[in-house]
Design a protein around this ligand. Structure first.
Ligand SMILES: Nc1ncnc2c1ncn2[C@@H]1O[C@H](COP(=O)(O)OP(=O)(O)OP(=O)(O)O)[C@@H](O)[C@H]1O
Ligand SMILES: [Mg+2]
Length: 395
């Protein structure tokens, strides 16, 4: 790999690390043995990128790295550490590092990091994606929208992912999708994402969790949508407390216009807290009798617990399925109007298996229009004409 164009400087005390870096870059690389030496080289030469080795993964060095960053904020600082923990990542990002990589280094990792960096710079330049200061005057906090259902497999994850993508296309709108199906969350699977970090990392950082730190733990979809991934294994779900997850949502609300929360089909403490906290709750009901029965029980329980159901909206899934029930009867049984309907379509199963949501693969399909009609419930009444004229078109 030729790194000449990146004007790379390797910084480390350890001979083995320097040798391995040199090997990756055809043997010819300037080296600095200390951060002081690196600062000198930076000020006298045309170094654009620093590969800072594991010798400097300590607090004192982070302060020096921050000074390097302040010296020239356009420098690309790549930290290499033995293990990327949330703590190291946070400290590195605070110090101005562009990325934190783990050993052993390989070409792929560095190329991916450079690509990510270029991508971030481009995004920052297109002002709509600029990180918004939480204290920005007059800016209201984002809305939390929870997708729930009283029966498993009713299409929550399909709705959550498609809805998030539709909202994310609105101009100047930042969306974060939170996978709160703690044991069997599959948002990342459905979106074909491989998270580096999950909410478990966030749960371990609650005492100093802020927007910046939490942002560094999110996974980005190619569309720009951000995802807070569920724990990777069911056993890790125990690390997530209800209070902890609520804290994460509060932090996300500071920077995201919409925080969409996918859930497991349960009526437990977590879902009750989510219902209390959310601005909107979309209760998804599949077009079959057990789903309607469970929805009825769930709503009755909520009313019994004196929970307000005023921000709950009913969304019917697979509304055109063969087992079509009567809408009026459903509304009567649930004592609630149906707010939106999503038809059944074989493309949904295909899109799930492919990892590409229908609003991307088949934007003209009736199901995609169904998801847009759900989005319209959130952003206000959107006349059909406006949907067609591209309010929900690509950015
Ligand atoms: N409108 C639809 N048309 C056709 N198939 C659908 C539709 N909605 C959902 N499905 C199918 O149902 C399956 C289950 O959907 P999904 O995973 O979104 O449900 P869920 O409520 O998240 O389930 P769980 O409770 O297990 O998390 C999907 O794999 C998809 O194939
Ligand atoms: Mg699901």
């Amino acid at each position: 790999m030729s790194m000449a164009e990146h004007n790379l400087l390797v910084v480390d005390q350890d001979d083995d690390f320097v040798a391995s870096a040199k090997q990756l870059f055809d043997g010819s690389l300037p080296v600095a043995r200390s951060l002081e030496e690196a600062a000198e080289t930076v000020s006298s030469g045309d170094v654009r990128m620093l590969l800072i080795g594991p010798s400097f993964a300590n607090d004192a060095a982070m302060e020096q790295i921050r000074q390097l960053h302040n010296q020239d904020p356009s420098l690309v600082l790549m930290l290499v550490v033995e293990e990327v923990t949330a703590d190291v990542l946070r400290k590195g990002m605070r110090a101005g590092a562009s990325d934190v990589l783990d050993t052993p280094l390989d070409e792929g990792k560095i190329e991916a990091a450079i690509e990510q960096f270029v991508h971030d710079v481009l995004r920052r330049k297109s002002s709509s994606a600029a990180p918004r200061a939480p204290e920005e005057a007059g800016k209201e906090h984002g809305r939390i929208i929870t997708i729930s259902s009283a029966k498993g497999g009713s299409g929550k994850t399909v709705l959550a992912t498609n809805l998030a993508l539709v909202l994310n296309r609105l101009p100047d709108t930042k969306v974060c999708l939170v996978d709160a199906d703690l044991q069997f969350g599959d948002v990342c699977l459905v979106l074909q994402l491989e998270p580096r970090f999950t909410m478990v990392n966030a749960a371990h950082e609650l005492h100093h969790l802020d927007a910046e730190l939490l942002d560094s733990l999110l996974t980005e979809h190619p569309s720009g949508l951000k995802v807070l991934a569920a724990p990777l294994e069911p056993a890790f779900a125990d690390d997530i407390t209800t209070a902890g997850l609520m804290q994460m949502l509060d932090v996300l609300k500071e920077t995201y216009d919409f925080v969409i929360v996918d859930t497991a089909a349960m009526l437990d403490e977590l879902i009750l807290s989510l219902i209390e906290k959310s601005d909107d709750i979309l209760m998804l009901v599949d077009m079959d009798l057990p789903s309607v029965k469970n929805a009825k029980l769930a709503l009755e329980t909520l009313r019994l617990l004196k929970f307000s159901t005023s921000n709950v909206q009913l969304v019917m899934n697979r509304s055109n399925s063969k087992a079509k029930l009567d809408n009026k009867e459903i509304e009567g049984a649930l004592k609630m109007q149906i707010a939106a309907s999503i038809p059944s379509d074989a493309v949904v199963a295909a899109s799930v298996n492919e990892g590409r949501p229908v609003v991307e693969t088949d934007p003209k399909s009736k199901v995609a229009k169904g998801f847009e009609s759900v989005a319209a419930l959130i952003v206000g009444e959107v006349p059909e004409a406006q949907v067609k004229s591209g309010l929900f078109g690509r950015k």
